[in-house]
Design a protein. Structure first.
Length: 326
Protein backbone atom coordinates (compact mmCIF):
# COMPACT_ATOMS: atom_id res chain seq x y z
CA UNK A 1 0.00 0.00 0.00
CA UNK A 2 2.88 2.37 -0.70
CA UNK A 3 1.87 5.75 -2.11
CA UNK A 4 4.00 8.25 -4.01
CA UNK A 5 1.27 10.58 -5.28
CA UNK A 6 -2.39 11.00 -6.19
CA UNK A 7 -4.08 11.53 -9.55
CA UNK A 8 -7.28 13.07 -8.11
CA UNK A 9 -6.42 14.60 -4.72
CA UNK A 10 -9.60 16.71 -4.66
CA UNK A 11 -11.46 13.56 -3.55
CA UNK A 12 -9.89 14.11 -0.13
CA UNK A 13 -12.67 16.67 0.37
CA UNK A 14 -14.86 13.66 1.06
CA UNK A 15 -13.00 13.23 4.33
CA UNK A 16 -15.36 15.94 5.54
CA UNK A 17 -18.11 13.30 5.29
CA UNK A 18 -16.11 10.90 7.45
CA UNK A 19 -15.51 13.66 9.99
CA UNK A 20 -19.22 14.53 9.96
CA UNK A 21 -20.17 10.89 10.57
CA UNK A 22 -17.74 10.72 13.50
CA UNK A 23 -19.06 13.96 14.95
CA UNK A 24 -22.66 12.84 14.47
CA UNK A 25 -21.96 9.55 16.23
CA UNK A 26 -20.33 11.30 19.21
CA UNK A 27 -23.28 13.70 19.48
CA UNK A 28 -25.74 10.78 19.30
CA UNK A 29 -23.90 9.01 22.12
CA UNK A 30 -23.95 12.15 24.23
CA UNK A 31 -27.72 12.64 23.68
CA UNK A 32 -28.35 8.98 24.48
CA UNK A 33 -26.45 9.31 27.76
CA UNK A 34 -28.47 12.41 28.73
CA UNK A 35 -31.74 10.64 28.01
CA UNK A 36 -30.67 7.76 30.20
CA UNK A 37 -29.84 10.08 33.07
CA UNK A 38 -33.36 11.60 32.91
CA UNK A 39 -34.83 8.31 34.06
CA UNK A 40 -35.23 9.02 37.78
CA UNK A 41 -35.66 5.46 39.01
CA UNK A 42 -32.17 4.22 38.17
CA UNK A 43 -32.67 1.00 40.16
CA UNK A 44 -35.69 0.06 38.05
CA UNK A 45 -33.84 1.13 34.87
CA UNK A 46 -31.02 -1.24 35.73
CA UNK A 47 -33.51 -4.12 35.97
CA UNK A 48 -35.53 -3.46 32.79
CA UNK A 49 -32.86 -2.04 30.47
CA UNK A 50 -30.62 -4.45 28.56
CA UNK A 51 -27.10 -4.77 29.88
CA UNK A 52 -24.66 -2.42 28.17
CA UNK A 53 -22.34 -4.04 25.63
CA UNK A 54 -19.47 -1.74 26.57
CA UNK A 55 -16.90 -0.72 23.97
CA UNK A 56 -17.80 -3.45 21.41
CA UNK A 57 -20.98 -1.52 20.57
CA UNK A 58 -18.79 1.17 19.00
CA UNK A 59 -17.05 -1.26 16.64
CA UNK A 60 -19.55 -0.98 13.71
CA UNK A 61 -19.45 2.81 13.73
CA UNK A 62 -15.65 2.84 13.97
CA UNK A 63 -15.38 0.43 11.04
CA UNK A 64 -17.73 2.56 8.93
CA UNK A 65 -15.58 5.64 9.55
CA UNK A 66 -12.43 3.67 8.72
CA UNK A 67 -14.10 2.41 5.53
CA UNK A 68 -15.00 5.96 4.50
CA UNK A 69 -11.39 7.07 4.96
CA UNK A 70 -10.01 4.08 3.03
CA UNK A 71 -12.47 4.51 0.15
CA UNK A 72 -11.72 8.23 0.00
CA UNK A 73 -8.01 7.49 -0.38
CA UNK A 74 -8.87 4.97 -3.11
CA UNK A 75 -10.97 7.52 -4.99
CA UNK A 76 -8.11 10.03 -4.80
CA UNK A 77 -6.16 7.75 -7.13
CA UNK A 78 -3.03 6.82 -5.17
CA UNK A 79 -0.02 5.92 -7.28
CA UNK A 80 3.11 3.99 -6.49
CA UNK A 81 6.39 3.37 -8.25
CA UNK A 82 6.46 -0.12 -9.71
CA UNK A 83 8.84 -2.08 -11.88
CA UNK A 84 7.11 -2.86 -15.17
CA UNK A 85 8.41 -4.57 -18.32
CA UNK A 86 9.39 -2.25 -21.15
CA UNK A 87 7.07 -2.65 -24.10
CA UNK A 88 9.46 -1.17 -26.69
CA UNK A 89 13.24 -0.90 -26.77
CA UNK A 90 16.12 -1.98 -29.00
CA UNK A 91 19.24 -3.71 -27.73
CA UNK A 92 22.24 -4.69 -29.86
CA UNK A 93 24.46 -7.32 -28.32
CA UNK A 94 28.02 -6.84 -29.61
CA UNK A 95 30.44 -9.71 -28.91
CA UNK A 96 34.18 -9.85 -29.46
CA UNK A 97 35.17 -13.00 -31.40
CA UNK A 98 38.89 -12.30 -31.75
CA UNK A 99 41.33 -15.19 -31.26
CA UNK A 100 42.01 -14.10 -27.68
CA UNK A 101 38.60 -15.51 -26.83
CA UNK A 102 40.16 -18.99 -27.06
CA UNK A 103 41.95 -18.35 -23.74
CA UNK A 104 41.16 -20.87 -21.01
CA UNK A 105 41.64 -18.57 -17.99
CA UNK A 106 37.84 -18.67 -17.89
CA UNK A 107 36.59 -22.25 -18.02
CA UNK A 108 36.09 -23.91 -20.38
CA UNK A 109 37.12 -21.02 -22.65
CA UNK A 110 36.30 -17.35 -22.79
CA UNK A 111 34.18 -17.77 -25.91
CA UNK A 112 32.16 -20.69 -24.52
CA UNK A 113 31.50 -18.86 -21.26
CA UNK A 114 30.52 -15.77 -23.27
CA UNK A 115 28.12 -17.79 -25.42
CA UNK A 116 26.45 -19.36 -22.38
CA UNK A 117 26.03 -16.01 -20.63
CA UNK A 118 24.79 -14.24 -23.76
CA UNK A 119 22.26 -17.01 -24.38
CA UNK A 120 20.92 -16.66 -20.84
CA UNK A 121 20.75 -12.89 -21.34
CA UNK A 122 18.78 -13.26 -24.57
CA UNK A 123 16.33 -15.77 -23.12
CA UNK A 124 15.84 -13.69 -19.99
CA UNK A 125 14.96 -10.40 -21.68
CA UNK A 126 11.36 -9.24 -21.43
CA UNK A 127 9.23 -9.96 -24.55
CA UNK A 128 8.92 -6.30 -25.58
CA UNK A 129 12.67 -5.88 -26.17
CA UNK A 130 13.97 -6.10 -29.75
CA UNK A 131 17.34 -7.85 -29.57
CA UNK A 132 20.00 -7.98 -32.29
CA UNK A 133 23.51 -9.45 -32.49
CA UNK A 134 26.83 -8.20 -33.88
CA UNK A 135 30.11 -10.08 -33.80
CA UNK A 136 33.46 -8.44 -34.46
CA UNK A 137 37.07 -9.41 -34.90
CA UNK A 138 39.04 -7.75 -37.74
CA UNK A 139 35.66 -6.72 -39.21
CA UNK A 140 32.13 -6.59 -37.84
CA UNK A 141 29.10 -8.59 -38.95
CA UNK A 142 25.45 -8.08 -38.10
CA UNK A 143 24.41 -11.65 -37.41
CA UNK A 144 20.85 -10.82 -36.41
CA UNK A 145 18.78 -7.69 -36.94
CA UNK A 146 16.69 -6.57 -33.91
CA UNK A 147 13.76 -8.87 -33.28
CA UNK A 148 11.50 -9.93 -30.44
CA UNK A 149 12.08 -13.55 -31.45
CA UNK A 150 14.79 -15.01 -29.22
CA UNK A 151 15.58 -18.24 -31.04
CA UNK A 152 17.29 -16.61 -34.07
CA UNK A 153 19.54 -14.65 -31.71
CA UNK A 154 20.36 -17.74 -29.64
CA UNK A 155 21.17 -19.70 -32.79
CA UNK A 156 23.48 -16.93 -33.99
CA UNK A 157 25.23 -16.88 -30.59
CA UNK A 158 25.77 -20.64 -30.77
CA UNK A 159 27.37 -20.29 -34.22
CA UNK A 160 29.92 -17.59 -33.34
CA UNK A 161 33.29 -18.18 -35.04
CA UNK A 162 36.64 -16.76 -33.97
CA UNK A 163 38.87 -14.68 -36.27
CA UNK A 164 41.98 -12.52 -36.12
CA UNK A 165 42.28 -8.91 -34.88
CA UNK A 166 39.95 -6.73 -32.80
CA UNK A 167 38.06 -3.91 -34.49
CA UNK A 168 35.98 -2.65 -31.57
CA UNK A 169 34.98 0.55 -33.37
CA UNK A 170 33.63 -1.43 -36.33
CA UNK A 171 31.48 -3.50 -33.95
CA UNK A 172 29.97 -0.36 -32.44
CA UNK A 173 29.36 1.29 -35.81
CA UNK A 174 27.68 -1.87 -37.12
CA UNK A 175 25.38 -1.90 -34.10
CA UNK A 176 24.49 1.78 -34.56
CA UNK A 177 23.69 1.19 -38.24
CA UNK A 178 21.40 -1.72 -37.35
CA UNK A 179 19.64 0.41 -34.73
CA UNK A 180 19.15 3.28 -37.19
CA UNK A 181 17.69 0.97 -39.82
CA UNK A 182 15.36 -0.71 -37.38
CA UNK A 183 14.23 2.57 -35.81
CA UNK A 184 13.37 4.07 -39.21
CA UNK A 185 10.98 1.17 -39.81
CA UNK A 186 9.27 0.89 -36.42
CA UNK A 187 9.43 4.51 -35.24
CA UNK A 188 5.80 5.49 -35.86
CA UNK A 189 4.04 8.37 -34.12
CA UNK A 190 5.82 7.67 -30.84
CA UNK A 191 9.23 8.06 -32.44
CA UNK A 192 12.02 5.49 -32.41
CA UNK A 193 12.21 3.16 -29.43
CA UNK A 194 15.01 3.78 -26.93
CA UNK A 195 18.14 1.84 -27.83
CA UNK A 196 21.27 0.54 -26.15
CA UNK A 197 24.41 -1.35 -27.12
CA UNK A 198 25.80 -4.07 -24.85
CA UNK A 199 29.46 -4.59 -25.82
CA UNK A 200 31.49 -7.50 -24.47
CA UNK A 201 35.21 -7.68 -25.23
CA UNK A 202 38.30 -9.22 -23.67
CA UNK A 203 41.05 -7.14 -25.23
CA UNK A 204 42.23 -3.87 -26.65
CA UNK A 205 41.32 -2.68 -30.13
CA UNK A 206 43.99 -3.58 -32.70
CA UNK A 207 42.31 -2.34 -35.92
CA UNK A 208 42.98 0.55 -36.21
CA UNK A 209 45.67 1.18 -33.61
CA UNK A 210 44.35 4.66 -32.80
CA UNK A 211 41.16 4.49 -30.73
CA UNK A 212 40.30 8.03 -31.90
CA UNK A 213 40.72 7.15 -35.59
CA UNK A 214 37.60 7.71 -37.76
CA UNK A 215 36.62 4.05 -37.29
CA UNK A 216 38.08 3.70 -33.80
CA UNK A 217 36.23 2.68 -30.66
CA UNK A 218 36.33 6.09 -29.00
CA UNK A 219 35.06 7.81 -32.16
CA UNK A 220 32.26 5.26 -32.37
CA UNK A 221 31.41 5.86 -28.71
CA UNK A 222 31.17 9.60 -29.34
CA UNK A 223 28.85 8.93 -32.28
CA UNK A 224 26.69 6.72 -30.07
CA UNK A 225 26.46 9.58 -27.57
CA UNK A 226 25.23 11.93 -30.33
CA UNK A 227 22.56 9.44 -31.32
CA UNK A 228 21.45 8.90 -27.72
CA UNK A 229 22.54 5.26 -27.63
CA UNK A 230 24.47 4.46 -24.43
CA UNK A 231 26.96 1.59 -24.54
CA UNK A 232 27.18 -0.80 -21.63
CA UNK A 233 30.65 -2.34 -21.83
CA UNK A 234 31.73 -5.62 -20.26
CA UNK A 235 35.42 -6.34 -19.77
CA UNK A 236 35.65 -10.13 -19.74
CA UNK A 237 38.67 -12.22 -18.74
CA UNK A 238 41.69 -12.07 -16.44
CA UNK A 239 45.21 -10.71 -16.55
CA UNK A 240 46.79 -14.14 -16.90
CA UNK A 241 45.09 -15.42 -20.04
CA UNK A 242 47.15 -16.78 -22.96
CA UNK A 243 46.49 -18.23 -26.40
CA UNK A 244 48.72 -20.15 -28.80
CA UNK A 245 49.16 -18.47 -32.20
CA UNK A 246 51.50 -20.05 -34.79
CA UNK A 247 53.03 -22.23 -32.09
CA UNK A 248 53.78 -19.26 -29.87
CA UNK A 249 52.10 -18.54 -26.53
CA UNK A 250 50.76 -15.01 -26.52
CA UNK A 251 49.42 -13.21 -23.40
CA UNK A 252 45.91 -11.82 -23.83
CA UNK A 253 45.28 -9.61 -20.83
CA UNK A 254 41.97 -7.81 -20.58
CA UNK A 255 41.90 -4.08 -21.30
CA UNK A 256 39.62 -2.43 -18.77
CA UNK A 257 40.77 1.10 -19.54
CA UNK A 258 39.56 1.40 -23.11
CA UNK A 259 36.20 -0.21 -22.34
CA UNK A 260 35.70 2.13 -19.40
CA UNK A 261 36.35 5.06 -21.71
CA UNK A 262 33.93 3.74 -24.34
CA UNK A 263 31.23 3.52 -21.68
CA UNK A 264 32.03 7.01 -20.39
CA UNK A 265 32.09 8.65 -23.82
CA UNK A 266 28.75 7.10 -24.79
CA UNK A 267 26.99 7.76 -21.49
CA UNK A 268 26.80 4.08 -20.57
CA UNK A 269 28.13 1.89 -17.77
CA UNK A 270 31.22 -0.26 -17.42
CA UNK A 271 31.20 -3.75 -15.95
CA UNK A 272 34.02 -6.18 -15.18
CA UNK A 273 33.75 -9.96 -15.21
CA UNK A 274 36.67 -12.25 -14.44
CA UNK A 275 34.77 -15.53 -14.44
CA UNK A 276 31.82 -17.22 -16.12
CA UNK A 277 29.71 -16.72 -12.99
CA UNK A 278 30.52 -13.03 -12.83
CA UNK A 279 29.72 -12.61 -16.52
CA UNK A 280 26.33 -14.27 -16.04
CA UNK A 281 25.63 -11.96 -13.11
CA UNK A 282 26.57 -8.89 -15.17
CA UNK A 283 24.24 -9.99 -17.95
CA UNK A 284 21.50 -10.69 -15.41
CA UNK A 285 21.89 -7.19 -13.96
CA UNK A 286 21.81 -5.68 -17.44
CA UNK A 287 18.72 -7.70 -18.33
CA UNK A 288 16.97 -6.36 -15.25
CA UNK A 289 18.06 -2.81 -15.99
CA UNK A 290 17.21 -2.92 -19.69
CA UNK A 291 14.06 -5.02 -19.56
CA UNK A 292 12.25 -3.10 -16.84
CA UNK A 293 11.54 0.49 -15.94
CA UNK A 294 10.10 2.26 -12.94
CA UNK A 295 6.70 3.82 -13.58
CA UNK A 296 3.96 5.44 -11.56
CA UNK A 297 1.14 2.88 -11.48
CA UNK A 298 -2.35 2.83 -10.03
CA UNK A 299 -2.26 1.77 -6.36
CA UNK A 300 -5.92 2.28 -5.48
CA UNK A 301 -6.99 -1.37 -5.47
CA UNK A 302 -5.72 -2.27 -1.96
CA UNK A 303 -7.40 0.83 -0.48
CA UNK A 304 -10.73 0.05 -2.17
CA UNK A 305 -10.53 -3.60 -1.14
CA UNK A 306 -9.82 -2.76 2.50
CA UNK A 307 -12.53 -0.09 2.51
CA UNK A 308 -15.10 -2.53 1.12
CA UNK A 309 -14.01 -5.21 3.59
CA UNK A 310 -14.38 -2.74 6.45
CA UNK A 311 -17.95 -1.97 5.35
CA UNK A 312 -18.81 -5.69 5.20
CA UNK A 313 -17.36 -6.32 8.67
CA UNK A 314 -19.18 -3.22 9.99
CA UNK A 315 -22.51 -4.51 8.70
CA UNK A 316 -21.87 -8.01 10.07
CA UNK A 317 -20.75 -6.82 13.50
CA UNK A 318 -23.73 -4.46 13.71
CA UNK A 319 -26.17 -7.30 13.06
CA UNK A 320 -24.34 -9.53 15.52
CA UNK A 321 -24.14 -6.95 18.33
CA UNK A 322 -27.36 -5.07 17.91
CA UNK A 323 -29.53 -7.23 15.64
CA UNK A 324 -29.79 -4.25 13.28
CA UNK A 325 -27.76 -2.34 10.79
CA UNK A 326 -26.04 0.77 12.16
Amino acid sequence: MSVSGFTAPWYFLLLVVAAAVLLGYLVAQRVRRKRTMRFTNLELLDKVAPRSQGWPRHVPAALIIVALVLLTVGLAGPTAEAKVPRNRATVMLVIDVSLSMEATDVRPTRIKAAQDAATAFANGLTPGINLGLVSFAGTATVLQQPTTERQPVVTAIDNLKLAQSTATGEGIFAALTAIQGFSSVVGGAEGPPPARVVLMSDGKQTVPDDLYAPRGAFTAAQEAKKEGVPISTISFGTNHGTVTIDGREVPVDVDDGSLQEVARLSGGEFYQAGSAEQLKQVYADLGEQIGYEMKETDASKPWVMLGTLSLIVAAGSSLFLGQRLP
